[in-house]
Design a protein around this ligand. Structure first.
Ligand code: GDP
Length: 365
């Protein structure tokens, strides 16, 4: 089944955690996501595609390789198959990732410019993450702009940090404290540079990075993966049953009508499946006509690739769903696979309630 190898890990116990990137405008969210995607693409793992629809996967093997020099600080073996990053940063798309009692996102990276510090959208992001109960790490970005900093491209932070002059290290520590850690304390969070954290359940880990030079990206991915598989095992346990997901975005596609970009967070979605989703006029029961995924990677380019049909996708995955009646659907609606017409009716009632709750919430926000 070409185009679907990344999500197909039936032998593994856990699925990829779904990760979102939030933070203030211009603090480097897009640059960070590009860097992370670039890391996965450059590593070019054979047989593993990294691109999904609306999301990208960094396979575990890539994270392990990047974290190799950090073995002494972050000793772990990955049992998750990788990390799935939602490609579009910021709170707008994040608000479409709702799921009963929280978010489809399992983890978040809050990006803060270490020089600029907390800004209005930084506070907003924390508030949203708190409301949805999404755990997060902080990426203290743009360390390359600290006066005197000598960049060591694509090197772990710890290694680059050791090679900086003493006064430069002190400058970093001061900014890290004043602009990031102290601010988190003011909001009631205990926080610490990641390599000084003793108890990750109580302390927010802060990873100094440069999305531009790639310094610290190894630690950021390693900390995320390590924390997710240690504390979210229950959530990440992969079920081979009917899929559950959420509509991230709706898209008009010539010849196919309205299609839905869906994030699948549990189970398996197959062509021909009976699905239940929601629109403002009520629940929609329809059948999957086609599932589209990007073609497997041929070359080292991050350019948008053509989509091609696949027979099935396994959580976690981002996939484009082609089905009748999607023009009535709304972004943010849940999407469930039903195993019978009868079950579809029950699920439709559930969807109706969830959309109703979503509307009330949206109006309240
Ligand atoms: P977003 O609005 O949060 O997505 O921010 P962008 O990723 O668009 O970045 C805003 C600007 O900051 C761009 O000009 C980036 O090139 C720059 N930028 C992002 N990360 C870094 C970094 O680590 N170091 C430096 N020097 N510039 C950065």
């Amino acid at each position: 089944m070409p185009g679907n190898e990344a999500g197909k890990q039936p032998g593994k116990r856990l699925r990829q955690p779904i990760v979102v990137v939030l933070g203030h405008v211009d603090h480097g969210k897009t640059t960070l996501l590009d860097k992370i995607r670039g890391t996965a693409v450059t590593a070019k793992e054979p047989g593993l595609i990294t691109q999904h629809v609306g999301a990208s996967v960094v396979p575990a093997s890539v994270i392990e390789r990047l974290a190799e020099p950090l073995k002494k600080i972050i000793p772990f073996k990955l049992i998750i198959p990788g990390l799935l990053f939602i490609d579009t940063p910021g709170h707008e798309l994040f608000s479409n990732l709702r799921r009963r009692g929280g978010s489809v996102a399992d983890f978040a990276i809050l990006v803060v410019d270490i020089n600029d510090g907390f800004q209005p959208q930084t506070y907003e992001s924390i508030e949203i993450l708190r409301q949805r109960r999404v755990p997060f790490v902080v990426a203290a970005n743009k360390i390359d702009k600290i006066p005197g900093w000598k960049p060591h491209p694509d090197t772990p932070f710890i290694i680059s940090y050791r090679q900086q002059a003493k006064w430069v290290q002190e400058e970093l520590e001061k900014k890290l404290w004043d602009n990031v850690i102290a601010k988190l304390y003011e909001l009631g969070f205990q926080a610490e540079r990641f390599d000084r954290v003793k108890d990750f359940t109580r302390t927010v880990a802060v990873v100094p990075i440069s999305a531009k030079t790639g310094e610290g990206i190894a630690e950021l991915l390693a900390v995320l993966a390590g924390l997710a598989q240690r504390y979210l095992q229950h959530r990440l346990r992969f079920a081979e049953g009917p899929a559950r997901g959420v509509i991230l975005e709706l898209r008009e596609q010539p010849g196919l009508g309205t299609t839905a970009d869906v994030i699948i967070y549990d189970g398996v979605l197959k062509r021909g499946d009976l699905i239940v989703t929601g629109g403002l006029e009520g629940p929609i029961i329809t059948r999957v006509r086609a599932l589209l995924m990007p073609k497997p990677l041929q070359e080292i380019r991050i350019a948008k690739r053509e989509l091609e049909p696949v027979g099935e996708v396994y959580a976690a995955a981002g996939v484009r769903v082609v089905a009748p009646e999607l023009e009535k659907a709304v972004a943010g609606a849940p999407l469930y696979v039903a195993t019978s017409e009868e079950e579809a009716k029950k699920l439709a009632e559930r969807v109706r309630q969830e959309i109703e709750a979503l509307r009330i919430k949206t109006e309240a926000e």
